[in-house]
Design a protein around this ligand. Structure first.
Ligand SMILES: [Zn+2]
Length: 389
């Protein structure tokens, strides 16, 4: 037993801080580890040597700011992580290692809502096949991150609303997958995973305060505050889709009127184009037509941007994030949608909050959630597992 506050428990805590910092960044120089952890350069140097001798980390020569440096990453074989992302119409699985390398990834179309049982069957098969294809031993898997398209209580694994995925009512996706795969499963909603994905792998890198906005069949925000996902006690933080924009607007599925979602989500926006463009439309197609110059589609995208911007302005006043990353199909519209978001933020947010904000497109596209699921395992895994003891 180590006594708290003793020399050995302090050393252990420092080891864990270094391993965690490297694990979340993928690779860091020793100077960056010192900055991230607040430990002295000498302490970091000693710890890195110890971790290298124990086979936990690998050290490779690199350069930082024109000077020679040593890049520290976790060993390729320190462990395997798996991400599973259920969208409304797809299942995507990725297998990666603790050094942030994606070893295999695959997506298949599936009507997730139709049958939870079939969804779990397909996920189990795809995970097992991809692990086999990468050639890593299944007992190296330290955890699975699972994304679902709706609010979920990360503590209990229970879906927050039965109206989002009616076909999944009464199931506990986390327990279901954990029993099938015999590994710990961590679960979160798609917006939180998108935020984690962009923070660790994409356009949110380096931002400690970040909001990831996903506009799809609903509108959600994943909030990173002080480097951590903020979920709230019931897991429903970031449901910005139900901010009221117009008291007398269309009735929303939540029962209110004029929610942000009723001006931006596909089910409300696409019908605006039915009389001119036909009923066989998707948001991705509208974005494509808009980028080819179609005036009606451009107008719809710009209006969606303005409305999303109103929601972002509210977020800005409440949380003062430094970066907003727009995900989902809408991000493919680039400045056509980002400029109206920026205009609304400039108009509606308090100037000091608006000035500090960068609005950027996600760089991970449809992969944001599954990579976020990998990042969720990296952030939730037991610190001591990376230490090789
Ligand atoms: Zn609503």
């Amino acid at each position: 037993m180590e006594t708290p506050g003793s020399q050995s428990s302090l050393h252990r805590a420092n080891l864990e801080r270094v391993v965690r910092a490297v694990r979340m960044a993928g690779s860091l120089t020793q100077a960056e580890i010192a900055r991230t952890t607040g430990l002295s350069a000498a302490t970091v140097s000693n710890i890195v040597r110890e971790l290298k001798d124990g086979g936990t980390v690998e050290v490779t020569p690199t350069s930082a700011g024109g000077r020679r440096a040593r890049a520290v990453s976790l060993s390729d074989d320190a462990g395997t992580v798996v991400g599973v992302d259920f969208g409304h119409s797809h299942l995507r699985v990725a297998v990666g290692n603790l050094a942030h390398q994606v070893l295999a990834e695959e997506a298949e179309p599936i009507d997730v809502d139709a049958s939870a049982g079939e969804g779990f069957d397909r996920a189990e098969q795809l995970v097992k096949r991809l692990i086999a294809e990468t050639g890593v031993s299944p007992d190296k898997v330290v955890g699975v991150g699972l994304g679902v398209p709706g609010p979920i209580d990360a503590a209990t694994g229970v879906l927050g609303s039965s109206s989002i995925l009616p076909g999944w009512a009464g199931t506990n996706p986390r327990e279901e997958l954990a029993s099938r795969l015999s590994v710990p499963v961590h679960v979160d909603n798609d917006a939180n995973l998108g935020a984690l994905g962009e923070q660790v792998w994409g356009n949110g890198r380096g931002a400690a305060d970040l909001a990831y906005i996903k506009v799809a069949s609903g509108v959600g925000a994943g909030l990173v505050i002080n480097g951590q996902i903020y979920r709230g006690p019931g897991g429903t933080a970031g449901e910005i889709g139900h901010i009221t924009l117009d008291e007398s607007g269309p009735v929303c599925r939540c029962g209110n009127r004029g929610c942000l979602e009723t001006f931006t989500a596909a089910r409300y926006v696409l019908p605006l184009l039915h009389s001119t463009h036909g009923t066989d439309l998707t948001m991705a197609r509208v974005v494509r037509l808009a980028s080819e110059g179609d005036p009606g589609c451009r107008r719809v995208i710009v209006d969606v941007g303005r409305h999303v911007g109103s929601g972002v302005a509210n977020l800005c006043n409440l949380l003062n994030p430094s970066r907003v990353v727009l995900g989902g199909d809408l991000a493919e519209a680039g400045d056509l949608v980002l400029d109206p978001i920026r205009d609304s933020v400039a108009r509606y947010a308090i100037p000091s909050a608006a000035r500090q904000l960068t609005v950027a497109p996600g760089t991970l596209g449809g992969r944001a959630e599954v990579l976020g699921a990998l990042a969720l395992v990296l952030s939730e895994m037991d610190e001591t597992r990376g230490l090789g003891r």
